[in-house]
Design a binder for this molecule. Structure first.
Ligand code: FES
Length: 125
């Protein structure tokens, strides 16, 4: 179980070595999530049209190790963009991956940039 989590480490924009082209922005649902694969990782990508911001995080929910976060509901918790896992509703910050309903859990987040109508996700490997 732990090896699964070990694949996922937060990447800061300043540590990005690779900008992975995930696809055209038109392929991603608005105000919802989609899952893309990068190497051996499943990455959830979210398009918040209300704020015009995009976020990426591991698709793996660390609670029960299920690949489900891209199916989660997204929203705003006191100004922080969050995803709520669809299984047991644990909330995670999409800005820094912190567990907001369970501080012992956290997720990896990745930088996203939009260029020429395409979505790019930043990785360090
Ligand atoms: S599996 Fe995600 S909150 Fe339980």
């Amino acid at each position: 179980m732990e090896e699964l989590l070990d694949k996922y480490t937060t990447v800061e924009e300043t540590n990005t070595n690779v900008w992975f082209k995930a696809g055209s922005t038109s392929l991603f649902p608005q105000n919802s999530g989609a899952c893309v694969k990068y190497k051996n990782k499943q990455i959830a990508v979210f398009n918040f049209t209300r704020t015009g911001k995009w976020y990426a995080c591991q698709n793996l929910c660390p609670h029960k190790m299920e690949m489900v976060l891209s199916l989660g509901l997204i929203g705003d918790k006191k100004g922080t963009p969050v995803v709520a896992c669809p299984l047991h509703k644990k909330n995670f910050s999409l800005e820094n991956g912190a567990g907001l309903t369970d501080e012992s859990l956290h997720i990896a987040v990745y930088p996203v940039k939009i260029k020429d109508g395409n979505v790019y996700i930043g990785f360090s490997d």
